[in-house]
Write a protein that binds this ligand. Structure first.
Ligand SMILES: Cc1cc2nc3c(=O)[nH]c(=O)nc-3n(C[C@H](O)[C@H](O)[C@H](O)COP(=O)(O)OP(=O)(O)OC[C@H]3O[C@@H](n4cnc5c(N)ncnc54)[C@H](O)[C@@H]3O)c2cc1C
Length: 422
């Protein structure tokens, strides 16, 4: 039988940062459905918001609340903003490289931000952050990683979670632990048009429904206003909001500007949908003509390259864009330390909902939120596990509910008399 102190499901920014903030005396298993880099954290383009100066606290708070239609949890928003400078320091310590000017760090802006407060690395900020976290996690001897392993269920008794049931190419296995952290990302895989990886199908939400774990705001789905239009199936390519922040404009089919490009995402997506309807078209255009060509190529190399591969020279011609599903504001109800309604079960990152985003997420707040609350969860877990009693348990008793029923499924050897931490 295999057991760990902590099992973290998901190797995106939230899962990795949680693992890295756990003490190295704890054994940690991290698993993910596909490869270690196949997650939305690697796709983040625009950047990560931060409290640039103390004066910006009020405007940052107000922008976040306004974007969220004031349905945000005020404590969660304060916590996120106040923790942001510490998080940026952690990232710099991990070797993350943010864009600089002669005067210091460079800050960009996206829709509904009243100030430039977003730190970035070209247009591949998520890759820069997450790859550095992954590199560090790979050096930790207490962390074991299992790519291509899917959680298909949890093991629980009396509303306490003690592990997960997983499947991989060799079959089904039960992994036990003192605590489980869900960092399983969003729900984009359920949509025809989404910017998310297709394997992100809201599995933690499904398991919550099955096991009566509380959910919150599951209808709060964010549609991103601008993805490169293609009639082809599959993941849609995001055209970052920071392009609009730097001066790109939106045009109808006749080439007329029809909207303020920096409206909050939900409002802008609706305006674009209305325009597409009135033009009887599946897209509108985004023109980056107003941005200096060198700046465009320097700040957005990844987007320019992708557009070129699809036959569009962003420096010269407007590109067709359309809205697509992008982010899940709702999710598994969690407090500010990631605790769900089931004991020993934590949820962090896009999977979790602590109310920080309200009804609509402010751009570039999700990497920040994922890191802040993943770190909080790690601290709560460390404190709890320190006092955790190591108890020998007869697994066949525990298995009365679950293992006996599913025993025929498991390919790995489960010895019912082995010691188990519960
Ligand atoms: C194109 C794009 C651009 C973005 N740009 C920005 C940006 O500029 N700034 C910003 O703040 N945010 C941005 N976001 C949002 C942000 O990237 C995500 O919200 C955030 O990275 C989510 O991190 P996460 O760790 O919660 O989930 P993810 O990084 O998506 O990781 C989820 C992990 O869970 C695993 N998993 C899922 N289900 C299972 C299962 N059943 N069993 C095992 N493993 C499972 C996956 O394999 C994966 O490893 C962007 C998102 C996209 C898609």
């Amino acid at each position: 039988m295999t057991s760990y102190d902590v099992i973290i499901v998901g190797t995106g920014a939230a899962g990795l940062f949680c693992a890295l903030n756990l003490p190295e005396c704890l054994s940690v298993a991290m698993l993910c459905k596909e490869g270690l880099c196949d997650n939305d954290s690697f796709l983040a383009q625009g950047g990560i918001s931060t409290l640039r100066t103390p004066d910006d606290y009020e405007p940052f708070y107000e922008d976040t609340m306004k974007a969220g239609h004031f349905e945000n949890d005020p404590d969660a928003v304060s916590e996120m903003i106040n923790a942001s400078t510490r998080i940026i320091k952690d990232l710099l310590d991990a070797g993350v490289d943010f864009e600089k000017t002669d005067k210091g760090f460079s800050y960009t802006r996206e829709g509904a931000h009243s100030h430039n407060r977003i730190m970035y690395h070209g247009d591949s900020t998520g890759k820069e952050i997450t790859s550095k976290l992954l590199e560090t996690a790979k050096t930790r001897r207490n962390i074991q990683m299992f790519p291509y392993m899917s959680m298909i269920d949890i093991i629980h008794k009396a509303n306490a979670c003690n592990g997960v049931v997983v499947s991989d190419k060799s079959g089904f296995h039960a992994l036990f632990s003192k605590a489980v952290v869900w960092a399983t990302g969003g729900v984009g895989g359920l949509f025809r048009n989404s910017t998310n990886f297709e394997h992100l199908t809201g599995d933690a939400v499904v398991l919550s429904l099955i096991h009566n774990i509380k959910l919150r705001d599951v209808s709060y789905i964010q549609i991103h206003p601008t993805t490169l239009y293609t009639p082809k199936e599959g993941r849609k390519f995001l055209i970052s909001e920071s392009l609009r922040g730097e001066g790109a404009i939106l045009l109808d089919l006749r080439g007329n500007r029809f909207v303020n490009e920096l409206l909050p995402r939900d409002v802008l997506s609706l305006k674009i949908a209305e325009q597409m309807k009135s033009d009887n078209s599946e897209y509108i255009y985004l023109s980056a003509e107003k941005i200096d060509k060198n700046e465009l190529l320097r700040h957005f190399p990844y987007i320019c390259k992708h557009c070129e591969e699809q036959g569009f020279d962003l420096t010269k011609v407007p590109i067709p864009v359309a809205p697509a599903q992008h982010y899940f504001m709702g999710g598994v109800l969690a407090d500010l330390q990631g605790q769900t309604s089931m004991r020993n079960l934590y949820a962090v990152g896009e999977t979790a909902c602590n109310g920080v985003h309200g009804k609509n997420r402010l751009a570039s707040n999700s990497l920040l939120e994922a890191l802040v609350f993943a770190k909080n969860a790690a601290h709560r877990l460390s404190a709890k596990l320190e006092n955790f009693e190591k108890t020998e348990v007869d697994l066949s008793v525990y298995g009365g509910d679950f293992l006996k029923k599913h025993r025929h499924l498991f390919t790995s050897q489960i010895n019912p008399n082995e010691a188990l931490f519960l």
